[in-house]
Write a protein that binds this ligand. Structure first.
Ligand SMILES: NC(=O)c1ccc[n+]([C@@H]2O[C@H](COP(=O)([O-])OP(=O)(O)OC[C@H]3O[C@@H](n4cnc5c(N)ncnc54)[C@H](O)[C@@H]3O)[C@@H](O)[C@H]2O)c1
Length: 398
């Protein structure tokens, strides 16, 4: 068996989350061979700052580097599909940021391509990899909450509250026509299905744009930046600031999700609660090492993340002993350990614990149904067509 330090990776995108990818790849022992930025100059500046040996001039140059076996895509949303496609066609494993695509018509072909390639394909739904979430998935699957009946929660942020807040996510051609739902609601939806094992089958959505005009700075803006430019252009907004969504799941469970990027004071607040026929469970991203377990006939419990008190999956995702709080960055390490176990064996395992392109496509299908529901003011079923059905190997695979 090869060692993980023999595997080379490259990261496309050197912004907020590309930096986290570089750091967490190093943490698990993967060699980061180089990065690709939006321009050779910016890529070089970020490579220097991160201590990465090479800044590629182009995606062609990156794919010409034989030491790169895995490519991480952390560029803005509109680049995910074309870049992931070229990476698979060049015979490299791929880890793509969420959302996999801006519309399901784009991701369907990618699922098919990934299946035919036999290569590892992952979508970076890192929130699955809080150890508590790995534990809850096992707990629910083993019937620990009884039948899942009601799944509720929210994902709120405040960084787009002001009319002067700007980011590429506000431009539909870069971020997609579904904004708050695509950007952060996608995490909640993937997580709800991961924890319960139940796909979303129908949605009823109300999407609202409260800030109809925004000030776009003439210069570049970093994600989560607090600097404000006075040299701006006014832009009309069509994408949603908030979403209220009713959900129906495959087993008959019901639920609701609220999403907002304009909730003052909520920096990055994801909460969920699952109510089953025997008990309930709930989690809050601001106390990520705590799991609330609700009972009818006995006092409620708090499970503090503890490798000694969790199931096998929770133990595997935990990096630190109990009481030493693990957070957002640690989830990437746990997720990458699972993905690179498959990279070392050369192909995806039968039922990977991480989100595959098929899972990422499924979340985009739910997003498409949410957009249609809000447009038409009615319940919409999620239309699942067989994807990844083709079995022919990729002729272009290296
Ligand atoms: N999993 C998570 O928790 C999480 C968190 C944040 C962002 N994301 C996702 O990561 C992606 C990037 O988000 P971000 O917040 O890091 O944005 P960002 O603006 O901070 O970074 C984007 C980077 O992509 C680079 N880029 C732009 N065009 C490029 C091109 N043609 N080739 C190569 N690089 C290019 C930019 O220079 C920048 O470095 C988005 O798809 C977003 O949804 C995921």
């Amino acid at each position: 068996m090869r060692r993980i330090s023999e595997v080379g990776a490259a990261v496309i995108g050197t912004g907020f989350i590309g930096t986290v990818h570089v750091e967490q790849l190093r943490r698990i022992g993967v060699r980061v061979r180089g990065v690709l930025g939006s321009s050779p100059e910016r890529g070089q500046a970020r490579a220097d700052a991160l201590g990465v040996e090479r800044a590629y001039e182009s995606l062609d140059a990156l794919l010409d580097d034989p030491s790169v076996e895995v490519v991480h895509v952390t560029s803005p949303n509109h680049l995910h599909v074309p870049q992931a496609r070229r990476i698979l066609e060049a015979g490299r494993h791929v880890v793509c940021e969420k959302p996999l695509a801006m519309a399901a018509s784009d991701s369907a072909g990618l699922v098919d391509l990934a299946a035919r390639s036999g290569l590892v394909n992952a979508v970076n739904f890192n929130i699955r990899f809080y150890p508590i979430h790995q534990h809850v998935r096992e707990l629910v699957a083993a019937g620990g909450l009884g039948d899942v009946r009601f799944v509720t929660g929210h994902y709120f942020q405040d960084w787009l509250l002001l009319q002067t807040d700007w980011n590429w996510r506000l431009e539909p051609d870069k971020g997609g026509t579904l904004r708050a739902v695509g950007d952060i609601g996608s995490h909640w939806l993937d997580l709800a299905t991961f924890l319960t094992g139940q796909p979303v089958t129908s949605v009823m959505a109300d999407l609202t744009t409260f800030i109809a005009q925004r000030e776009e700075p003439r210069g570049p803006v970093e994600t989560f930046s607090t600097e404000r430019s006075s040299d701006t252009v006014e832009r009309a907004m069509a994408t949603e600031d908030t979403a209220s969504i009713l959900l129906r799941f495959a087993n008959g469970a019901r639920g609701s999700m609220a999403v907002s990027q304009i909730s003052a004071g909520r920096k990055n607040s994801l909460q969920w609660e699952i109510d089953g026929s025997v008990g309930s469970a709930a989690w809050d991203s601001e106390t990520p090492d705590h799991l609330w377990l609700g009972h009818r006939g006995q006092p409620n419990e708090i499970l503090m993340r503890d490798p000694g008190l969790m199931g096998a999956a929770g133990r595997a995702a935990a990096a630190l002993p109990a009481g030493h709080v693990e957070g957002f960055g640690d989830t990437f390490g746990a997720l990458f350990r699972a993905i690179y176990a498959d990279v070392l064996s050369g192909r995806p395992s039968d039922r990977p614990p991480y989100a595959t392109f098929a899972d990422g496509h499924d979340e985009v299908l739910v997003g498409d149904a949410i957009a249609e529901s809000s447009r038409n003011g009615r319940w919409v079923d999620v239309e699942r067509t067989p994807a990844g059905a083709a079995t022919q190997p990729l002729e272009t695979r290296a």
